[in-house]
Structure formats: C-alpha cells, structure tokens
Design a protein around this ligand. Structure first.
Ligand SMILES: [Zn+2]
Ligand SMILES: [Zn+2]
Length: 351
C-alpha cells in the first residue's frame, strides 16, 4: 500500500482540490477503512457553496461512506481487516449534560470528531474512523448488501431520529415538503409509521416521478398547483396530521403550519441558512394546538435502526442514487446535485 492517497479537500466556498495527501495512520480504538463508495449529500453541497462553521480548511469532506477495514487500532473489538463496514459521521461522549438527559444528538462534544467536518472525511481513498464512532456507530455490512446503499446510513439515521420526536400518524395523512433524498426517506418512514396517505410536493417534475416510484400516493407540483387546496381536498378539509419540511428554506418552514390539521404536528427538518428567522400565526398554533418540532442529527439508537431498515430492504435506497462518478469528479457531482440534475451521486475512489 502506498503512503499517499487521492483526496478531495475543501479550501474555500466554491473551491475543492483533488490532491495527494498522506494515508492516515490508525490510532488506539480507531479503524482505517478503504473507501469503496462515498455519497454526495445536501450538506456537502451547502458547504461547497458557502462554507461550514465547523470546517477549517483545508479539510477532506464527505461523511456518507462504506468500505473495507484495512487496519484495526489497539483495543478495538468486533472488527477485523477485510470486513465491510459502514459508520455514521459522529458519536456522542455519553458523559455531558445532554448525553445524560438521553439527548445524545445534542451532545456538547459532538463537534470534536465529525467525519467530513472536524475530522478528515471520506472523499478519499482511505478514511480513519474515530474511536467514539467505532465503539457506537460502526456496523459490519452483511454479505449481499450493496455498499452504496448502506452508505446512506447517516441521512436515514437523521430521518429516523426526526420521527422519534413526533406523535404517531397511524391512519393519517402526512405531507412532505421537498422531494430531494431526505424527502424521499421521510416518505418511506411515513409509510413504515402507518400513515394512510403520503403526499409529497416539489417543483421539479423528475423528483415527483421518483417519489411516485417509491410509492408516494399523491405528488403535487407546488410551482403549478396550490398545495393547500389539494391537502384540504384530500383530508375532508381538516389538513394533514403531520407536515414534514425537508427543504431548509424560511418560506417552506412558514408554509408548514398552514397545511396541518388542528392537533396535528409539523416537523421542521431542513436546516435553513444561519441567521434566518420565520414567523407563524400564533392563533393557529394556540387554538389549533399545533406541535412544532425541530430535529437535529441522530442518536446511536436511530443509527442502529436506520442500519436495520437498510439491510432488511424496508427502506429503498437505490432510487436516491442517480449515478456513479469517479471520486476525482466530486466537484462536478456536487454541482449536479445542487442544481437538481441528480439526487445523490455515488463517488468511487480508484480501486
Ligand atoms: Zn449527509
Ligand atoms: Zn455528550
């Protein structure tokens, strides 16, 4: 094995460089993994366009990946070389206030090692997995499961965690705003959580067709049709039991409560640009007893359940991956994703 590797590093907004960098050395409790596949993510697109508060350049980005173990650090149990593994991008400390309050997604020490942000990421031939992640959020991939599908562990874990925070929708109507990869995962979780009808809206026709292929009941092009009118028609004029915002824009956050029924819930899932504000109708929230729920990141429990949902085939990942590209074309891949020409793209390092 050579001691240098190909890696994609972020330098500043709009600038990624494909470079040769040293292969990382495995430390105690860590794993060194040869990346088989790394996926593009909406967060990577945002980082590429406007930077990210947690990233100090130059940094190797990429946090959705799967590969095979090359080296095992001292004290690691349960993993050995040549095993195919997938890991989430972070692991909580289990000691801080929020960890002790059973909110490990809000861990005060999460930022210390987030793969692809504060820790060198997976847009590289090799990635070193931090000890906390090895111990809590790394899994052996069973035979016969495609690595590119399991690589979507992190986004699905975030979605699973979001659903932990809202009331049951059994028999109800769920509206998903946004048909990107995250919206398509929410649509599948809605079904698994027993909703009777799943409605998804977007302004990109291809995304709506993809949503229909994964079993969404009603798709609405909200650029051409009034979403509110449609939801009222579908729900005996009551509104949706749950509205999930999966876009991350103040305008779509503000539209969410209007679509919910009295006593319903809205899950504000998409992260908006920092510093943005929204306003809501107080009467609707007060008299309508609306549950307004934010959601951030994932917990080890959500990661474990997301892993099971993928390997058991209960959540379809294939439709979220539009195409494959070589790792060196990461910038082009992020541009395609950012312009809506692709959902996720599977990046392949040279083998
Ligand atoms: Zn991601
Ligand atoms: Zn903690």
């Amino acid at each position: 094995m050579s001691n240098s590797m190909l890696a994609v590093r972020f330098y500043k907004p709009g600038e990624l460089r494909v470079e040769q960098v040293p292969v990382p050395e495995v430390g105690p409790g860590e794993l060194l993994v040869k990346t088989s596949v790394a996926l593009t993510c909406g967060t990577d697109v945002k980082m590429y366009k406007r930077g990210h508060p947690l990233v100090s350049p130059p940094q190797i980005i990429g946090h959705e990946f799967a590969g095979s173990v090359i080296a095992v650090g001292s004290g690691v149990e349960g993993f050995k070389p040549e095993m195919n593994v997938v890991a989430a991008n972070s692991g909580p400390c289990n000691k801080c206030f929020h960890c002790l309050m059973h909110q490990p997604n809000l861990c005060e020490h999460l930022d210390e090692c987030i793969v692809g942000f504060t820790w060198p990421g997976a847009y590289a031939e090799y990635v070193r997995i931090p000890e906390r992640i090895v111990r809590q959020n790394t899994f052996q991939i069973p035979e016969g499961v495609e690595l590119e599908k399991v690589a979507s562990l992190e986004p699905l874990a975030c979605v699973v965690h979001g659903w932990d925070l809202v009331d049951s929708v059994t028999g109800g109507c769920v509206v998903i705003i946004g048909g990107g990869p995250i919206g398509l995962l929410h649509a599948q979780l809605a079904r698994l959580n027993g909703s009777r009808s799943v409605v998804l809206c977007d302004v990109v026709e291809e995304r709506l067709r993809e949503a229909e292929r994964i079993g969404v009941d009603v798709t609405v092009n909200s650029g051409r049709e009034d979403l509110m009118t449609r939801i009222l028609e579908l729900t005996d004029r009551r509104g949706a039991d749950l509205v999930v915002e999966a876009v991350g824009r103040p305008e779509t956050w503000e539209s969410a409560p209007r679509l919910a029924r009295k006593g319903g819930a809205i899950l504000l899932f998409g992260g908006c640009p920092s510093g943005t504000m929204v306003s809501f109708n107080t009467e609707q929230i007060h008299y309508g007893e609306l549950q307004i729920q934010g959601a951030f990141h994932h917990t080890p429990s959500a990661v474990a359940r997301a892993f099971r949902l993928i390997v058991s085939g209960q959540v379809a990942i294939g439709p979220l991956i539009s195409r494959e590209m070589p790792l060196k074309d990461a910038e082009e891949a992020l541009l395609q994703m950012g312009s809506g020409k692709a959902l996720k793209i599977a990046l392949r390092p040279p083998s």
